[in-house]
Design a protein around this ligand. Sequence first.
Ligand SMILES: [Zn+2]
Length: 321
Amino acid sequence: MMNLTLKILYQLRLYRIIKWYNQLRGRVPVLVFHRVASDTNSTSEPISVARFREIIDFLKSEYEIKPLSDLIENRGDLRKACFVTFDDATEDFYQNALPILIEKNVPFTQFVPTGVIDDIDPIWTYKLFSIWDSLDKETDVDVDGMSFRLKPSPNIQDVIGCVMKVREMPMQTRSSFLSQVESKVVIKHPIKHMTWEQLSECKKTGEIGSHSVSHPDLKYSDNVEDEIKYSRENLLRKGFKSNYFAYPFGSFDEEILALVSNHYVAGFTTEEKLFSLNKGFLKDHRYKIPRTTILDEKPSRYAFRIVGLLNYLARLVSRIG
Ligand SMILES: [Zn+2]
């Protein structure tokens, strides 16, 4: 019912009315993409290459895509702007998304977890997702008194539930959890990250930001300041200036925010909201810039997600529910 309604509203181009209303109120979308690849059935939920191209064309026809530095420095008239960001620096971004961004001259920011660049071991969530994609039978794992049963082709609730538990584990426990599962399965399609050399090609139309070193949930990490500080230093050593930090999993508290503000000029969350230009330039909002996550969805859904309607409805439902 919801999808049919959206389809009709989309055909009437009603998302434009919401877009114009947002522009009037000074609310702009800051978008975050992750993987762009053909294995759209994967637990890591990449966007297909065709869909990515379609979304970029949509953004170019509806908005002025501007670099994040314009937003942070409040440069020019930003009311018609939107901003494109990527997290995690996966290799499929380099193979599939970067050529499109360069071809269409789209400014973007790639937020990089520096510890996985040039390395063979991916961010632990991607390792878990590729393990999941390779499972052909239920697999049990026990670690530190906790029991997990991983099922092949899990539903989204199973995945979120498991990731939430694993991200709260101390690093040692998490490693032992992952190596236990890894020993029980042959990973068919490991997810890789970019190399430093590939990253330097982002400079053609993009900027680089920091996304910690090892991509922990900073609320449960023992070395928060190192994760924040060394990410920037590693990038600097390789010739990348990084002024912005994206919190891994969008997770932060006031203490983490204060540490980020010692090293960066802005912090990005994954709170699914538009960014308000009016209050956004106050110092407290500069380190809590919300970003809308873009998924592989039909035009009738991504159009209404980008203008903020879908996330507004989701907030409303959760408030009522
Ligand atoms: Zn991330």
